[in-house]
Design a protein around this ligand. Sequence first.
Ligand SMILES: NC(=O)c1ccc[n+]([C@@H]2O[C@H](COP(=O)([O-])OP(=O)(O)OC[C@H]3O[C@@H](n4cnc5c(N)ncnc54)[C@H](OP(=O)(O)O)[C@@H]3O)[C@@H](O)[C@H]2O)c1
Length: 280
Amino acid sequence: MKYLTLNDGHSIPLVGFGTYKCTAQEGIQSVTAAIENGYRLIDTAAIYGNEDAVGKGIKASNVPREQLYITTKLWRENLGYASTKKEFARSLQKLNLEYIDLYLIHWPANAKNYENWQQANTDTWRAMEELQAEGKIKSIGVSNFFKQHLEALLQTANVVPAVNQIEFHPGYRQQELVNFCNFKTITVEAWSPLARGKILKNTILKDIAKKHNTSVAQVCLRWVIQHKIIVIPKSNTTHRIKENIDLFDFELSTLEMTQIDTLPKMGFSGELPDIWPDRI
Ligand SMILES: NC(=O)c1ccc[n+]([C@@H]2O[C@H](COP(=O)([O-])OP(=O)(O)OC[C@H]3O[C@@H](n4cnc5c(N)ncnc54)[C@H](OP(=O)(O)O)[C@@H]3O)[C@@H](O)[C@H]2O)c1
C-alpha cells in the first residue's frame, strides 16, 4: 500500500475501502475480505448504519488495530458542539474502538438548514479539535465542503482540516475545489470514484482499459490516485474488492490522463452541499 502524508503529519493509505451499503452480515464479510486482501483504510459514517458491522469486520480480520486506518463521519443533522461530542462517543462505541484515525463533518451546515451555518460549523469544529487534543481522533477533516464553507471555517479554526472528502470521478471532477484544497494543504479524498457504476460503459475509458489489460473500474481508480487523491471504492463482491486495490502495476500516460480529465460531465450524483437534502 502507498501512503500520503497529511498536513498534521499523519500518514493515510492512498487506497481505502468504502462501506456505504455494506451492512449486516454482508457488511461484516466485505470489511473482513477487504482487510484480508490488503486494504488498510476503512471508510464508514454514522448515517450508513453499519458502524457496528464495520467494527465486527475489523475484529474478525485479526489485523492489529494500529495497522488499520478508520474513518467515520458526523451526520449533517447533528452539527453543534454538544451533539458532536455525543455523536462521536456513539460512533466510537458502535465501532468498538478506542480511537478514530480520521473524523469528518459529513456535510457542512448550509443556509437552508441552519439559522447560522457558519456558527454551526465552527462549533462542531471546536468540539472536534478538543477530541483530537484528547487523543481520541488522530486527524480531523471535512466532507462536501465548498470553498465558501472552508473559508468561513478557516477564519476561526485552530486546526486546518486534514482532508476534504468530495465526489470525484472521471465524470465529475470539481477541479477548482481540488485546486483550492491543494492550495490550503487539505488532502482530497474521492467518494463514489466509480460514480456507482454509471461511467463504466464510457467508450474512451473502455479503450484505455483494453490497452492496459485492466478493467474500466481500475482505470477510474488509477486516474484518481495519479492525481494524488485518496480513493475509497466500495464493493460487496470479493473479486471486485481484489480488483479495486490492484492498481500499482500499471500507469496511465499523460495523454490518457488528459483524455480522462476532459471527459464530459456524467454520472454526477446530484448532491450539493448548498441544497441538501435536495438533489439537482
Ligand atoms: N462523504 C460522502 O458524502 C460520501 C458520499 C458517498 C460515498 N461516500 C464513501 O465513498 C465510498 C465509495 O462510494 P460509493 O459507494 O458511493 O460508490 P462507488 O465506490 O463509486 O461504486 C460502488 C458501486 O460500484 C460497484 N463496483 C465496485 N467495484 C466495481 C468494479 N470493479 N467493477 C464494476 N462495478 C464495481 C459496486 O457494486 P458491488 O458492491 O455489487 O460490487 C457498487 O454498486 C462509499 O462506500 C462511502 O464510504 C462518501
